[in-house]
Write a protein that binds this ligand. Sequence first.
Ligand code: AMP
Ligand code: ZN
Length: 478
Amino acid sequence: MRPACSVFRRFLQWPSRCVRQRQLVTLAIETSCDDTAVAVLEKRKNGTAFLHFNKKITSDNRKYGGVYPIEAHESHQRNLAALIQQASPTIPNTTMYNRKRSQSEDGFWRNTKEKYSIKKPDFITVTRGPGMRASLITGMDTAKGLAAAWQIPLVGVNHMQAHALTPRLVHAIHSKDVKDAPNIVPRKPSFPFLTLLVSGGHTMLVHSKGLCDHQILANTTDIAIGDMIDKAARDILPKSILDTSASVMYGPSLESFAFPQKTTSSIRPRYEDHEPFVPGTKVRTSQKYGWMITAPWSRSGDKGLSSYPDAFTFSGIGSAAKRIAETRLEMEEEERQFLVREVMRVSFEHLTNRILIALENDEVSKVDALVVSGGVASNNYLKYVLRTKLAENGYGHIEAVFPPPKYCSDNAAMIAWTGMEMFEAGWTTDFSALARRKWSIDPAADDGGVLGLDGWVKQDITVDEERQSPGSKVRFIG
Ligand code: AMP
Ligand code: ZN
């Protein structure tokens, strides 16, 4: 018999004979916040990925004015099973064999194989943390139940790691188009790269050096940028806009109010035409309306860099915006628009300044990609500010990579992809593992980062030679 580790190595390299036809399929569940999301992802031996299913249902928190944990938890309980029911038929068929020993007419006993196919993933992926406890538990328990019933492994992944790996998913999904449309295939960020996670719950600058090695270079000291944006939107946007918003995630409404799209949505507004909003422009709103929002910790004459290189802060920007909106109740639409733009400009320049400080470090400066992920990454003005400031400061060679908006906000496809990368690296999660409200991605953190948690199992994988066709093809030994 072949030693297990060599079989495992061969399996990882998707090589030769026994794995020629094989693909990996995972069903993934994401319930860390207010989105109930399910995906079915298949990864082929050539590295391309197919999303067979990717849907989410967001709990309606509008009457609470923000994410309300009990409402979110109940929404997961209401919707998760139904989404899995919809996802199951999209799982590609797996060919299985029943071995039988039967006596034929000539009286001899023979071994026969009966072929049948079922829809069953190779493993279940689920968000184990960080996030809201009750919401995470709903996903974890459902995932454990599915894995136990299907007799397949479980992979409990880190939500923030998933945001960081999203561009690798997007590359894999688009790789299948490489022959027909090479221009639309985004490049695959290879380690090391910089990740800026800007979401409703997090604001982090991360030096991603490997699948499980993400060094946190800067973190928010108060609230997340998305949280501040949602609150500022409630303070500044006209009521008519707030009332028609589909959710309490007001970021998209804030952006389109600030820079209305005059043409098709694929053409971004020309920020160059809005002079004060070109990064570095000296003309400020104080000259126009008598108020201004100052950059956090800024000192004049030092390009806006500050003395807190490892920290973001957004509560001051939000409070300033609230104060201005409260004292100028009769603001005309133009001034409101100006205020929203200033909130974005100051916040985005603050983000960019921390990136420029980080790039002064020799090791960090070796990166050739900056991955921007999380819901706020879909903001086109942020893209403009980041790209302009990187180029202005001599970092034009660093590519700013923005995953498409549907993969930027919380979704199960990124969870599925992270499960895929962890599973291929040999990691699975024991059924006794619990959901974790807090879970760092930095190995230097107190909890040890991605691999610091209990419950990880490093497995040797052997290939079941009988299951050659698409679908399940691994079983565990040991
Ligand atoms: P996430 O926590 O990753 O799901 O991201 C949700 C956050 O992203 C919310 O705070 C949204 O308001 C914010 N967001 C989404 N789209 C935009 C946008 N176009 N501009 C600014 N913020 C946005
Ligand atoms: Zn998120």
